[in-house]
Write a protein that binds this ligand. Sequence first.
Ligand code: IZC
Ligand code: ZN
Length: 426
Amino acid sequence: MVQHFDTLLVNIGQLLPMESKGPKRGKEMSELQLLEHAALGIRDGKVAFIGTMVEADTFTANQMIDCQGKLVTPGLVDPHTHLIFGGSREHEMALKQQGVPYLEILKNGGGILATVEATRAASEEELITKAICHLNRMLSYGVTTIEAKSGYGLDRETEWKQLRAAKAVGEQHPIDIVSTFLGAHAIPTSHRNDPDRFLDEMADMLGEIKEQNLAEFVDIFTETGVFTVEQSRTFLQKAKEKGFGLKLHADEIDPLGGAELAGELGAISADHLVGASDQGIQKMAVAGTIACLLPGTTFYLGKDTYARARDMIDQGLAVTISTDFNPGSSPTENLQLIMSIAALRLKMTPEEIWHAVTVNGAHAIGRGDTAGQLAVGRAADVVVWDAKNYYYVPYHYGVNHVHSVWKKGEVVYERRRAFEGLSISR
Ligand code: IZC
Ligand code: ZN
């Protein structure tokens, strides 16, 4: 049957549709669907055909794109970012080199608290402009959907400013943004002696945030010197009662029992998990909580112990990975670099990594039905890669392999052709 499309991508070397009913858990993460010598049809911004070149033989289109044997995948999902913030923290790099621990810098009023100061001082417009720069870079690396957290206000006014800025950038940028309220990110200097009162103040904002639909998820930093497991439980229970999905910064630095709490409360994801216990992993498996691993942060903090991805996958967890983009512990927008670190340090296979950055990332932020997969009827969020196969992207590390990025059927990023005409080999 002759079919006509707005756009038809032809001569795709490898196509990864990543079709899946739910998140891929445990062994399912290695079962990768792969179409070779494939074609992808787009109509009205949506995927309208996925199949082989033989099936597409008679198809016509307003524009035919010859992919010349390249890899094509869904747009990537980055499920844990601290997108909206003022300033930067490059001066802390020297402190880290001298061996000052992350939590020590925070205790001395630096770290998150330094970014809080800069974020309070920035106007909403400035936050928006800065966030758009970061989003542009993410898009250039193939990311089409992200989660963005507040948490650099730690007061009503600035937390609202961050949430409004996240909404505004989501409305004007091709990347889809899922918003998380992280008012419980650190104890502000003003409340150092009364963290419970601070958490009550942040909890008082929940009703209004829900009414204005400014966040879908609520997150907390459960960590030594920040919030205890008990404080986290009380705070997150209030969020759950208000109808928010739950996330935790769990067991990032010290193994406090954040993974157990995530399982107990039925959180959608628990993030970091470097120190997660066996019991915590089991509780998450029972609850269906997704493990969001951030190996770029472990790398950047100069640590040798990484999250136990292999044990988590063996225990049947769905694992996703993320940049943790933030100005302190992981200043990078490059999710491809994180894919390489996941391969090298988390010992994840290429098949697991591709599930992690697509379908599982989407499920970790409540977008399983719309993002992370190429299926007929879904938005055509597509990446064409300058790579012939899916092994290549995590292998050739630290550089950008994107050829072009499509959002809802339109090209939104294309690699600059600075080297056009020069013969360069990979
Ligand atoms: O700004 O340091 N871990 N929050 C928890 C962060 C890292 C972000 C930061
Ligand atoms: Zn984080």
